[in-house]
Design a protein around this ligand. Structure first.
Ligand SMILES: N=C(N)NCCCC(=O)O
Ligand SMILES: [Zn+2]
Ligand SMILES: [Zn+2]
Length: 348
């Protein structure tokens, strides 16, 4: 029986060209970022999955950008399963390649990108899980990395924002989602996947006037959901607006609202139409296409991106990895946007 162990992959790829996964030719020694395993030498379907076949954090010892998973879904109001999102997105990311033609950047060569594994988040205590995510994010960003987090349900955006704001101050936010996620409580619970951005405003984490939901749609509890949301300071670009006004006009509006503020991007995969992303817990008809989402993201190139997440991938409802593939491409674009960010995320 032939078993492809990580060591075997490392030996095969570690020939001085590209694609080493081990510490033996580390970027920390040479200053050259260690990239993904070379898929022209080691089949991309072999071995355990890290995001984009990148090295693990412990293999390189430093990171400009860390991709982390948060396998947590105890905050959901409907279908569970996003706890399996990080593993599904990593698995679906094996096909990513080192050059991004849309942004004309090699995101893994411009900066050291690593897979920092999963944060341990207590599935039986939302409060403790939130603390654990915040602390995990603090540790990684304290070591100098910007984070691209793969969820997990949308509850986790709150501790991620707390951590990023500790370093950068209040942030501009573009929130891609079918839902507002500014509701108050569910069953009296303040920390859920439908409430993170109301809590974030209450905690002073967000820059008033620089907050926008994109892709919103679907039935609400009442008209007051919208007036409450506007009172919290959010602008709204519905999925119908994207269709009617087009990507370029939407991007122009977002860029002028954000300016040169530190920017956080939170992407709930249910912003996509269920035809593009069925594998999610609270699907709503009439969503964005993955092409629209990726093009809006690319339109944000050059802004000061200090952190990002892609959440709500629930693989049990997925088909042919459609949702996980879409999320892996979103995460790849986020890493690429970080490569093009003017200050490399360093606090000014
Ligand atoms: N964050 C996501 N995906 N969904 C929030 C839906 C909250 C509700 O059930 O009303
Ligand atoms: Zn949503
Ligand atoms: Zn959401």
């Amino acid at each position: 029986m032939h078993v492809v162990a990580p060591e075997t992959i490392s030996e095969q790829a570690d020939d001085g060209t590209t694609g080493s996964t081990t510490g033996s030719t580390t970027g920390s020694e040479t200053g050259v970022p260690v990239g993904p395993v070379d898929s022209s030498r080691v089949p991309r379907f072999a071995g355990p999955a890290t995001f984009a076949r990148l090295p693990r954090a412990d293999e390189v010892g430093r990171a400009d950008v860390a991709v982390i998973g948060v396998p947590f879904d105890s905050g959901v109001s409907y279908r569970p399963g996003a706890r399996f999102g990080p593993a599904a997105v990593r698995e679906a990311s094996r096909l990513l390649r080192p050059h991004h033609p849309g942004l004309d950047v090699d995101p893994f060569a411009r900066q050291q990108v690593v897979d920092a594994g999963d944060v341990v988040a207590n599935p039986f205590s939302i409060e403790q899980a939130i603390e654990q995510v915040e602390r995990g994010a603090d540790e990684l960003s304290g070591a100098g990395a910007r984070l691209v987090t793969i969820g997990g349900d949308h509850t986790i955006a709150l501790p991620l924002l707390r951590s990023v704001v500790r370093r950068h101050g209040p942030v501009a936010l573009v929130h891609f989602d079918a839902h507002l996620d500014t509701w108050d409580t569910y069953f009296g619970a303040p920390y859920t996947h439908g409430t993170p951005f109301r809590r974030a405003v209450e905690e002073g984490l967000l820059e008033p006037g620089a907050l926008t939901h994109v892709g919103t749609r679907g039935p609400l509890y009442g008209r007051s959901d919208l007036t409450d949301d506007a009172r919290l300071g959010f602008g709204l670009v519905t999925s119908a607006d994207v269709m009617r006004r087009g990507v370029d006009e939407i991007v122009d509006g977002l860029r002028s609202r954000i300016g040169d503020r530190p920017l956080y991007l939170s992407i709930d995969i249910d912003v996509l139409d269920p035809a593009h992303a069925p594998g999610t817990g609270t699907p709503e008809a009439g969503g964005m296409t993955s092409r629209e989402l990726l093009e809006v993201l690319r339109g944000l190139a050059g802004l000061q991106l200090v952190g990002a997440d892609v959440v709500e991938v629930a693989p049990a409802y997925d088909h042919a990895q459609m949702t996980a593939v879409a999320a892996s491409h979103v995460a790849y674009d986020l890493v690429s946007l970080m490569a093009l960010s003017p200050t490399n995320g360093t606090p000014q």
